[in-house]
Design a binder for this molecule. Structure first.
Ligand code: HAM
Length: 469
C-alpha cells in the first residue's frame, strides 16, 4: 500500500490536554477542585468497563485464545502498551487512518513522543529485532491478549480502548502458515459458538501493488466526480483504501474498479491459490473478496477478515471480528533482517457481542449468575463463622470451590443468596454442629438434609459435584 510523505497526525492538543503530561500541575489542581465539589467522574468517551456480569464471556474468550494458541504451538509474548510513536508511524504507515487520525500520543518528561499502542504487530516486529529472535529456530510463533488504543469516533462496536487477541508467526514464508493462522482464528471463534465467514484476498507484492495502483488511480480519477468527499481525499493519499469505503455513494464506482487479483505476479497468484487449497483441505469456509485490502500499510500477499456469518447490517458493511495477513516487509522496514511474517488480530469486545447474540441464554447474563460453584456454605453466629472460614479454606486447598456470604449474619439472608446463585446444595454450620464436629448438607430443591463429619466435607462435596452423592 502507498505511504505518501504527509505530516503524521501527531495530535499535540491531545498531548497537552492529556492527564499523562508529567509536568503539568494544573491537572492536579483541577483534580482537587473536582474532589472538593464532590463531583462524580465518569468513564471517558469511547471507553468501556468490563463488569462482573461479563466475567464468563471474558474468561471464555481468554481460555479459547490460550488453548487454541497452545494447540497450534504459539507461545505467550507481551510487549508494552507504551512505545516510541515512530514505531507505528514507520510500521503501520503515515497514510493510514490509524497513524493519521487515531493515535494517542503524548510527550514524556524527557520530551520523547510516546504512543499508546494502536495495534501490536509493529511492537512484535520491534521485539523480534531487539531480542535477536532471528537467531532462534524459526518460525517464532507468539500470541498475546491486551488493550489497544485508537482515538476513533466511538460508536457501536468501536471503542477507543479495546482488546485484541493477536497471533503472529515470524520467520517463514509458506502458504501453509497463512492457512493455519486463518484456521486458528476460525477455531477460536467456533469454540466460542460463533459461526464466522472468512473473507480472503491477495494484494500481491509491493511491485504488484505499484503497477496496480497506477491503473486504479487512473480509474478513480475518471470517476472522481462520483466519489464521496472522504474518497476524494483518499485518492490523493491512499487510493487503495477507497476500495474499503463504507460510503454508499462510492459503492458503484468501487464495484467496477480494476481488481488487484488481475495484477498479481505468477508467484503471488500461485501462493494465494495454495492458501485457498490448504483452507479447503482443512474445511475452513471462506469467501474470496477482491476488494479486501486492509487498512495497514505493512501487508502483502494474503489478507483476510472475519465476520459473523449471515450478518448483513441495514446500512453499510458489517464490523469485522478480526483481520490479518502476511507482512513480509515489516521487520526489515523497522531495521531488522528480511523476515517474512504473518498474523492476525481479533477484537475481543466484538467477539463478546457476537457470543451474546449467538449464545443467547446459554451463558450467564445477570450479575449473580456464573457463580464459581453450585455449593454454598452458610453459618450461624460468630463462632461458626470462624469455623466456616477455616473449613472453606480447607475445601479450597482440597480443590473444592464453594460460594458463601460470610459477612451476612442471618441464615435467611444467606440462603436467599444461595438461591440467587442457583446453588444446588448448602453446607450449614451451627453451634450444635461445631460441638459435634459435623456439618449439615441440605439439598436446596428437596430440603432433605444429611449430617456428615466435618472432616469428610471435601470428599462429600466432590461426590455432589460429580453427581454421585
Ligand atoms: P485491525 O484490522 O486493525 O488489525 O484490527 C483487528 C480487529 O480489532 C478488528 O477486526 C476489530 O475486530 C478489532 N478492532 C479494531 N478497531 C476497533 C475498535 N475501535 N473497537 C473495537 N474493536 C476494534 C490489526 O490491528 C492488526 N495489527 C492485526 C494483525 C496482527 N495483523 C497481523 N498480526
Amino acid at each position: 500500500m502507498s505511504s505518501k510523505k504527509t505530516k503524521p497526525a501527531v495530535k499535540k492538543p491531545v498531548a497537552k490536554k492529556s492527564a499523562l503530561a508529567p509536568k503539568s500541575t494544573p491537572v492536579a489542581d483541577k483534580d482537587k477542585t473536582q474532589v472538593k465539589q464532590n463531583k462524580t467522574i465518569s468513564l471517558l468517551r469511547g471507553m468501556k468497563d468490563f463488569l462482573p456480569r461479563e466475567e464468563q464471556y471474558w474468561l471464555a474468550v481468554n481460555h479459547a485464545a490460550e488453548s487454541a494458541s497452545k494447540a497450534y504451538g504459539y507461545r505467550y509474548m507481551a510487549t508494552p502498551i507504551l512505545e516510541d510513536a515512530s514505531l507505528f508511524i514507520r510500521g503501520v504507515g503515515r497514510g493510514t487512518d490509524i497513524v493519521e487520525k487515531e493515535m494517542y500520543i503524548f510527550e514524556d518528561a524527557e520530551g520523547k513522543r510516546i504512543a499508546l499502542r494502536p495495534e501490536t504487530t509493529a511492537s512484535v516486529a520491534r521485539a523480534y529485532i531487539e531480542h535477536g529472535m532471528h537467531a532462534v529456530p524459526q518460525p517464532v510463533k507468539v500470541w498475546n491478549v491486551g488493550p489497544i488504543f485508537r482515538h476513533d469516533r466511538p460508536q457501536a462496536g468501536r471503542y477507543r480502548q479495546f482488546h485484541q487477541l493477536n497471533v503472529d508467526s515470524l520467520g517463514e514464508r509458506d502458504a501453509v502458515v497463512d492457512a493455519e493462522l486463518i484456521a486458528l482464528a476460525y477455531n477460536v471463534m467456533r469454540d466460542l459458538g460463533i459461526n464466522t465467514r472468512v473473507s480472503v484476498n491477495s494484494i500481491g507484492s509491493a511491485e504488484d501493488r505499484e503497477r496496480y495502483l497506477v491503473e486504479l488511480t487512473g480509474y478513480f480519477r475518471t470517476k472522481r466526480h462520483a466519489l464521496s468527499e472522504e474518497s476524494k481525499k483518499r485518492l490523493l493519499k491512499n487510493p487503495l483504501r477507497i476500495l474499503d469505503s463504507k460510503e454508499p455513494e462510492d459503492q458503484e464506482v468501487v464495484a467496477e474498479a480494476p481488481k488487484i487479483i488481475d495484477w498479481l505476479s505468477d508467484e503471488s497468484r500461485k501462493y494465494f491459490m495454495r492458501v485457498l487449497e490448504y483452507l479447503d483441505e482443512m474445511e475452513i469456509p471462506y469467501l474470496p473478496d477482491p476488494m479486501l485490502v486492509r487498512g495497514l500499510d505493512y501487508y502483502c500477499d494474503t489478507v483476510f477478515e472475519f465476520f459473523v456469518d449471515e450478518e448483513v447490517p441495514e446500512n453499510g458493511k458489517p464490523l469485522a471480528l478480526g483481520g490479518g495477513g502476511r507482512y513480509d516487509g515489516l521487520v526489515e522496514q523497522l531495521g531488522g533482517r528480511p523476515t517474512p511474517a504473518a498474523g492476525f488480530g481479533l477484537g475481543i469486545e466484538r467477539i463478546i457481542t457476537a457470543m451474546r447474540k449467538q449464545k443467547e441464554g446459554q451463558l450467564p447474563t445477570s450479575e449473580t449468575e456464573g457463580s464459581v460453584s453450585p455449593l454454598f456454605f452458610a453459618h450461624l453466629g460468630e463462632q461458626s463463622r470462624r469455623r466456616a472460614l477455616k473449613l472453606i479454606e480447607q475445601m479450597r486447598r482440597d480443590g473444592v470451590l464453594v460460594n458463601h456470604a460470610l459477612a451476612k449474619g442471618s441464615l435467611k439472608a444467606q440462603l436467599e443468596i444461595a438461591n440467587r446463585l442457583n446453588s444446588t446444595h448448602a453446607i450449614i454450620l451451627g453451634q450444635k454442629e461445631i460441638q459435634d464436629g459435623t456439618v449439615i448438607i441440605r439439598d436446596m430443591a428437596s430440603c432433605i438434609q444429611d449430617i456428615i463429619d466435618e472432616k469428610q466435607v471435601s470428599t462429600h462435596a466432590k461426590k455432589i459435584l460429580q453427581g454421585k452423592a
